[in-house]
Write a protein that binds this ligand. Structure first.
Ligand code: FCB
Length: 444
């Protein structure tokens, strides 16, 4: 008899799901970036680089978002979004050094006012990978002038648009930028120089600090409500290719520190130090009001030596398969929702608000996208339940778009884009996401 009671009790417990209610004001939405959606960004370094890649796709008209933002924001509104992260294209605002294009500034003023009129909070990124050509020709982030020029650009944009913006993100994924552009040479300017990489890293840190100060100054001068300024930090879970090999475990730990934490830690502390490699002092500490986290996947790394950059290890594809429990997305990135939980908990250590500023899947099977969103929101909810200070979740991306070296084949969008006709189609996964947004609840 007692045994019977116990098993009924167990069954009841099993069917009662955990309910989680997201707080009022949680930022629900998606993210885009200028070069990936606007089209015809002919005056930046990526565009120039695309023209030299015979076999790869060029961004061309992309989503023609420059002309179609109004209709797309209506769709975002219809989908219940309350926030949209987008970026401003520096090469449009300052087409030549020191020359400001007021039409381009007006354009972004309209973008912001269109969002606001639909109850969508604009989250503005100032630099999402691309640089104006004139600046790239001077050495881009390798030049010591660039942090100052970036701060001047940030000041100009803030003066013009700041009255209607509360959330700013200075830089997108600085560690990825340094790694791809200056260490492995996959992205422009295709350098493979650890020495240059360290300098670029330092200049990006400085660029953020100077821009942060300028943005804050403008708000004080104009007596506007103090804004929140942060960055979008890429984060991955790193695991050793061989768990039993200490060298691999060291590589995974080091990569975790360098890729995930170093930039944020440096801004919080005002200093970055790595024995024998760099000792960077910033003009001030505590220049983050929130931390944006872009999370996609888990990587496996193997030891590659103990100098720099060998200490970062090397991704291993061969043995990685053995460890994976999940599926891969269309770009062979492992789908690993638990990683988002782990990283949100991990980044709670900074005691700053956290925003999931990108999280998404490239897939041709939209049911996978719906599952991906639910599982990652579950991971977010679980971290929040345990105290992670998460203020929002932005799916990457609102629309299918130009995925850098991968071109147009990877479909990340909540909204499908037909690149021949520019026709938009809302995907089922977007509807599923909408339901969660509107109820503000999850059951897991
Ligand atoms: C992130 C980038 C974003 C997009 C996604 C898939 O690393 O910030 O522009 O390419 O990956």
């Amino acid at each position: 008899m007692a045994g019977g009671c116990a098993s009924t009790h167990k069954k009841i417990i099993e069917v009662i799901p955990h309910e989680f209610t997201f707080p009022q004001g949680f930022l629900w939405g998606s993210a885009t970036s200028a070069h990936q959606v606007e089209g015809n960004n002919t005056n930046n370094d990526w565009w120039e680089w695309e023209q030299t890649l015979a076999a790869k796709e060029r961004s061309g008209l992309a989503d023609d978002e420059w002309n179609r933002f109004e209709a797309d924001f209506k769709l975002a509104q219809e989908l219940g979004h309350t926030a949209l992260r987008f970026s401003i294209e520096w090469s449009r605002i300052e087409p030549q050094e020191g020359q400001w294009d007021t039409k381009a500034l007006d354009h972004y003023a309209q973008v912001i006012s269109s969002l606001r009129s639909k109850g969508i909070e604009p989250i503005v990124t100032l630099n999402h990978f691309t640089l104006p050509l004139w600046l790239a020709r001077q050495g881009g982030w390798y030049s010591d002038k660039t942090p100052l020029l970036f701060a001047r650009y940030a000041e100009k944009v803030t003066q013009t648009l700041g009255n209607h913006v509360h959330y700013w993100m200075t830089l997108n994924e600085p560690s990825v930028y340094v790694y791809k552009g200056y260490l492995v040479g996959e992205w422009p300017p295709q350098e493979k120089s650890p020495k240059k990489a360290v300098k670029v890293f330092k200049n990006l840190l400085l660029g953020h600090v100077l821009a942060y100060e300028k943005i804050k100054e403008v708000y004080i001068q104009r007596d506007w409500k103090e804004p929140m300024v942060g960055i979008a930090q890429n984060v991955l879970i790193f695991r050793a290719c061989s768990d039993t090999t200490l060298r691999d475990r060291i590589a995974a730990r080091f990569r975790h520190w360098m890729f995930n934490h170093l930039f944020v830690q440096a801004l919080v502390r005002g200093r970055a130090y790595c024995i024998g490699v760099f000792n960077i002092h910033l003009p001030r500490a505590k220049t983050l009001d929130f931390i944006g986290l872009n999370y996609y996947t888990r990587d496996f790394v193997r030891n590659n030596g103990f100098g720099f950059p060998e200490i970062l290890g090397q991704p291993c594809k061969e043995t990685a398969g053995k460890h994976k429990h999940g599926e891969d997305n269309a770009l062979s990135w492992e789908i690993y929702p638990k990683g988002l939980y782990t990283l949100l908990k991990d980044f709670s250590r900074y005691k700053l608000p956290l925003l999931v500023s990108e999280n998404g899947i490239a897939t041709n099977d939209d049911s996978e996208r719906a599952r991906f969103i639910v599982e990652h929101l579950n991971a977010t909810a679980k971290a929040m339940k345990e105290g992670a200070p998460v203020i929002g979740y932005l799916y990457w991306s609102l629309l299918d778009n130009y995925e850098w070296v991968e071109g147009f084949s990877s479909r990340f969008g909540l909204i499908a884009v037909n690149y021949k006709t520019q026709e938009r189609t809302i995907r089922e996964s977007a509807r599923k996401y909408e339901k969660i947004i509107r109820s503000g609840k999850l059951y897991f």
